[in-house]
Structure formats: C-alpha cells, structure tokens
Design a binder for this molecule. Sequence first.
Ligand SMILES: [Zn+2]
Length: 426
Amino acid sequence: MSDIPNIPNEKKPTPKSIVLTSHPSSNVGAKPLPLEWGAADPAQRGPVVATLKNPGGKNAIGTHSGAYSLYRALAIAAGQLKAEHKPDLTNTAPAEPLGPFPQWADPEKIVSIDPWGHITSQVFAKQINAGWDIRPTIAVTKAHINMPELHDAVRAGRLKPDGNILAANGDVKVTKVAIEPVWYLPGVAKRFNISETELRRGLFEQTGGMFPELVTRGDLKVFLPPIGGMTVYLFGDITKLGKPATRIACRIHDECNGSDVFGSDICTCRPYLAHGIEVCIEEAQQGGVGVIVYNRKEGRALGEVTKFLVYNARKRQEMGDRAETYFQRTECVAGVQDMRFQELMPDILHWLGISRIDRLVSMSNMKFEPIVASGIQVVERVPIPDELIPADARVEMDAKKAAGYFTDKVPDQDELKKAKGRGLEE
Ligand SMILES: [Zn+2]
C-alpha cells in the first residue's frame, strides 16, 4: 500500500502513508463517537459524524454528500480542494422550522434519514464551536416553481390562482427539502428481514470492497451510502405538519429524468408528477399540506443505462412493444423487475410527522403497502386521469394495471397482447 501511482504532473504530491479506516489505530479510533439512534434528546442521540478528520472522532462509515462524495474526492485528488476544508454554515439554517415530531424518537420508524440532519448547527452548536466538523445531511429552503401543466390546469378551470400559494402568473410557493441518506444498519437490516451481518457483507462485497469498515467495524452502526437521496416539495403552511387535523395530499415520485425533465413520452412519470403537484396545490389552498417526495431512484433504481437497454429490447422484440411482455423485458436485462426497495421509503413521511395521508396520488401497490404497513393511514388513492397518459405510455400503464395497480379498469389478455408502443424508427 506504500506505492503512490505515478502521476505525470509537476505538482506531484509528497507521498504520505494511507490511512486504513478499517483499523482501530485509524482516525475512527478504538472507540467511535457515542451515538444512540432514536434517542429523543439530540444531545443524547449524538451527532452523526462521517468527516474524515474530526477532532472528536467519528461514528459513521462512508462520507457525506452521497454520490457527490466521489466528486469531492476527485477535487481533492486534483488539488482543487483542501482535504481539511470545513464548511462555514453561517445563515444556512432551515428557512422554515420543521419538527421535532414524536416519530423521531422511535429507532424503528426512521432508519434511513438522520432526523436531526437539518438542524445540526443548532443542536450540536457546542461541538461545532469547539472546532468539530459536523455536517448537515438535510437542507430546508423556500422557492417558487412554475410548470406549463399548472397553466393548463388553470386554463381548464381545475386550479384557481389565490394570490398566495398559486399566483396569477403560475408561480407556486414551495418549501423544498434536500435529504442525503443516512442508514442505521441494524434498522435497515430489520426492514429487509436479514441479519445485520448479511447486510454489511452484501454492501461490502457488491461494491468491490469500497467500505472495509462495513465488515471490520461492527461497532460503527451508521453508514452514509454513496447514492442519491431525495428532495421533498411542500405546499401550504408547513407548521401544520404533525397535527392530526391537517389534511395531507402526497405523491411519492421516483426519478425518471427522461420524462420528468425532457418530456419523453414512453411513460407517465411527468404527467403523474404534474398531477400530483396539482392535487397538492388544491389541498394547500383548502388549508392542508401537499407533499411531493422526489426520490433519486432512476429507472426503478436500475439506472438509466439499464432502462434504455430495456426500451430497445421492448421495441425490437417480435410482435412489438406490448404490455404482456413489459415486465419480462426488464427482467431479461436487469435480472429483476424493480430495485427501488420501497421498504425504506415511508421514513420520509414519518420524518414529516405524517400519520395519515388523505389523498395519495399513486396507483402503485409497491408504494401503498409499505406506507400502510409502517402505520400510516391512507384515506383515498388518486389514479392518474386517463387524458393525461401519453399514447406511447399505454404499454406501461396497461402492464401495471394488469399487474395489480390500483385501478377500476383491469385490461384483459387480448388488450395486453396488442402492440401499442411506437417502433424505434417511428
Ligand atoms: Zn418514466
């Protein structure tokens, strides 16, 4: 390990010894910083620290910023960022207070988010003032959004500008929350009904041994995975969150860049997202709170390369793109139909203090079931209106309805056999 690869650069760094995080003599120390997951008092819970050189030590495997931690590593390797840079967190506190809620004090209700992640500078001010490097894993800010679909909804008379939540020019006031995943390993293992050892081993081996501490430091219970997190868009008065009387409209949306951003028409993602936002605005205008959770789980968490390979396989198969083989084509390429693991998804709802969703804008049982199983009541499920489904997305919609999506019209066998998707050359 003493060999530093040859860098053809005049600014060649002076070789330093590599710190093996898996060994007790490393910067983790023989004893990690105390952490009591689920403790109601943040001082007792303790900060989640994954920064590599913190004077008080650390207690988490991995590092901050999710997938972007690799870019930070690159910036440091390229000499553009000092490894010891500590963020100045002046004025970065949440734009609106959020929580605490009783759910934060249940170690099993929330296992993939640090509930105190947005107020670290407040609740751990003493340590930060003493020079510790404790980073927020959540940020809360405010914004205006504006989408052409909402203008359509106003024109069609479904939405009415109120001059506050929805302005006449289509601007919508939102509070938006960015969240990086923080996994409490014993809790995550329990959600999947596997042992913590099995979970740690899988994460270690299947990432090319990226985090040795997963298998050598069983005393480090928290892992910051190098994956995308989520963004929550909140509509209405968020101080009403956590109150049983508050009506909640909600859509849990998994990222689909092609449709969400570029308007690609092979699926219903953007139309359904826009419909979810419309329902959220409606609810907020009537005094409730609207919640859009946007998870970075591109292509059912299979990634976009796999997704596009599947599109080709669907469109090139004999008899064309049709609902009856929709899931099969995904399974041929990916080995499974889906990797989104909705088991962890309800955490965000508990973090927001939600115990009842009055209007769930989703037809997916894969989302509905874990929400209900986690103890949240769902009053009404709102399907996507038929007129919002793009023509090329009929294949997806029929396949999902046939597979048990929440609907009043299940397509029959003949319907599923029909090629409805465009060919590749069209
Ligand atoms: Zn999509």
